[in-house]
Ligand binder design. Structure first.
Ligand SMILES: NC(=O)c1ccc[n+]([C@@H]2O[C@H](COP(=O)([O-])OP(=O)(O)OC[C@H]3O[C@@H](n4cnc5c(N)ncnc54)[C@H](OP(=O)(O)O)[C@@H]3O)[C@@H](O)[C@H]2O)c1
Length: 315
């Protein structure tokens, strides 16, 4: 007699599973045989590599359409939710603050409402909740007071605030602040490194700011950390940044050198600029470095620095 396989112990819904980060989260989650995974987005047709069909669901949901999300969640009954869906580009948020509010504040609120007493929720936030004040010597830790500069940062901080209110009723929730993400995007030219390589292939000379300091993290490490945290029991707030604080231009140079460019060719391929050259100094923080000391103590997942992660072309 063939023993009947027991159903997966946990059911993870990735809201925004088609995005740069969400796709990696779905990809890594599918490798865990004790997980059922649902990828939720408006266009769930795209997916890198569907693996275990019996444990994988794609859900077509426009989270801004009334009740579509709540109906989908009630049908599939996740035990864990990671909210990656967002209006994630700064320009989109400043161009449409009302949509930014609906995606980045109302959506976390509605997701937390649905989750209450049903699912543990992880809300993905950003280092750009900081910027109006300078960080401490090791970057912003979890006790630092957020002070965003942009509509994007303000809306993400708004999402955090609603989560904190919900956490009073369901204290299992977790907010994870991530930094600038880079790394492979399944050929979609997303993230800080693939978008750079794509611009070079189009013959452009991308301008990167030398006065913009971040603690960038490989998207695969960010997704692995989120998965570990979602299935764990850490609550509250955690900064999950890379171990190296670096300016955007130097990061771009590292990415090109790792791709095999000579130093001379790399320098000729990029232009170093200042935020003020583009009139963006009031919107883009000079320094949003995260201090991720707590995350490194909590996580088994290694948060690699750019030189190690950029050299890793695998998946
Ligand atoms: N990328 C970074 O460098 C970075 C850094 C720090 C924090 N974060 C945070 O990480 C999260 C993921 O970022 P990302 O770069 O992966 O973003 P992304 O590539 O723009 O993905 C956004 C996701 O949201 C979904 N979405 C957008 N509107 C929707 C709607 N109305 N209904 C349902 N789904 C919708 C998109 O799918 P469809 O378009 O198919 O609907 C997509 O799956 C965000 O919360 C962002 O704030 C990102």
């Amino acid at each position: 007699v063939v023993p009947k396989a027991s159903p997966p112990a946990a059911r993870l819904a990735v809201l925004g599973g088609s995005g740069f980060l969400g796709a990696w989260l779905v990809e890594l989650a599918q490798r865990n045989p004790s997980l059922a995974v649902a990828s939720v987005s408006r266009d769930p047709a795209w997916f890198p590599r569907p693996r275990a069909a019996e444990r994988f669901e794609r859900m077509e949901v426009d989270a801004l359409e009334r009740d579509e999300l709540e109906t989908a969640l009630s049908g599939w009954k996740p035990t864990h939710i990671v909210l990656c869906a967002a209006l994630s580009r700064m320009a989109d948020c400043s161009g449409d603050p009302e949509r930014a509010h609906r995606m980045n504040v109302d959506l976390p609120h509605r997701t937390a409402l649905w989750s209450r007493d049903r699912a543990r929720m992880v809300y993905v936030s950003t280092d750009l909740v900081f910027g109006a004040t300078p960080p401490g010597p090791r970057g912003f830790d979890e006790l630092a007071t957020p002070a965003p500069l942009s509509d994007y940062g303000r809306s993400k901080l708004g999402g955090e605030s609603v989560l904190r209110v919900h956490a009073r009723l369901d204290p299992r929730h977790l907010i994870v602040r991530l930094p600038l993400l880079y790394g492979p995007s399944f050929g979609r030219e997303l993230g800080a490194s693939d978008s750079l390589f794509a611009a070079l292939e189009r013959g452009e000379t991308p301008r990167l700011f030398s006065d913009e300091r971040r603690t960038p993290l490989d998207v695969r490490d960010a997704a692995a950390a989120l998965l570990e945290l979602a299935l764990g029991d850490h609550v509250g707030l955690l900064h999950v940044g890379g171990p190296v604080a670096i300016d955007r231009y130097s990061f771009g140079m590292s990415a090109l050198l790792e791709r095999g460019f000579s130093a001379e060719k790399a320098r000729a391929s990029l232009s170093a600029g200042l935020r003020s050259d583009a009139g963006l100094e009031r919107e883009r923080p000079a320094d949003a470095a995260l201090d991720s000391t707590r995350a490194r103590a909590v996580l088994r997942t290694k948060l690699r620095g750019p030189s190690e992660a950029l050299a890793d072309r695998g998946d």
